[in-house]
Write a protein that binds this ligand. Sequence first.
Ligand code: 8YV
Length: 324
Amino acid sequence: MTASLSDVTVLVPARLHDRSVARIEETFRLHRIAKADPALLDEDMRKSVRAVASMCVIDAAFIDSLPALEIIANFGVGYDAVDAQHAARRGVMVTNTPDVLTEEVADTAIGLLLNTLREFGRAENWLRAGNWVLKGPYPLTRGTLRGRRIGIVGLGRIGQAIARRLEGFGVSIAYHNRNPVEGVPYAYHPTLLGLAEAVDTLISVAPGGAATAKMFNTEVFDALGPEGVFINIGRGSTVDEDSLAAALRDGRIFAAGLDVFADEPHVPVSLLDAPNATLLPHVGSASVHTRNAMADLVVDNLIGWFRDRAPLTPVPETRHIKPR
Ligand code: 8YV
């Protein structure tokens, strides 16, 4: 048990929300480096770091370079950037920031879905360019939410918040998840392909990582079909972006709305060139309100660990780990 939190060295590699950094600085001993690279730490510092607070890649080698490391507090509900399995093997706790962003991300998913179908971004550009006066009304959209059959991939907290909102839109809702979710009224599909065949709209909330890499591929897009719409609010690594761009170009699916990409902030030219793709720069949780709550949860997890011996939101891989 730590006598004083101000004796605990917390390392912040790369960028982190200002509010997290300020609170860490006032509570702990803060050390910052430009990226998660052990070469940027002298030996004394490497041995003194007991916590990492981050939103960048924390790999096994970096974890191994910090012998006194006890906890990695990840900014974001998705923690695919952190090698949590290796952390678990080393007895290092990993926390993330669930719940506080659920409603915001679900709101964004609905906005992205409607925007993809009804082309509000392009319609606004039409107005701003003077075309309403010069050419008349914006053309009727082929896309509509009316009559759509929606399939949600990943019915966790965010997926369920999206489903709850969609109930109000009078569309049919089904889902694919590793396991069926108890107590929900939506049809379960044990395979992604089965879901894609049964619906015309996929909304993905799937996390990143090896198990989901490029799970949205040509086979899935072809199963979705020419009226198909693909919305991604989860992780870009889940998508074979070349296959998606080809499906959009060839009209094998109707449209896509993407908030996340495989190599952010870089977006493939083939997607930038696709007129039937609506593209957002990973803004799912990006309001001041929600990012402040995430920033606080990062620090509250550190305080929970070092002061109360109980972090607030441990990830499943490390839930069993106890403070030394
Ligand atoms: C984060 C996100 O802002 O929480 C997540 O998993 O994708 C975003 O809400 C992002 O991960 C910060 O790096």
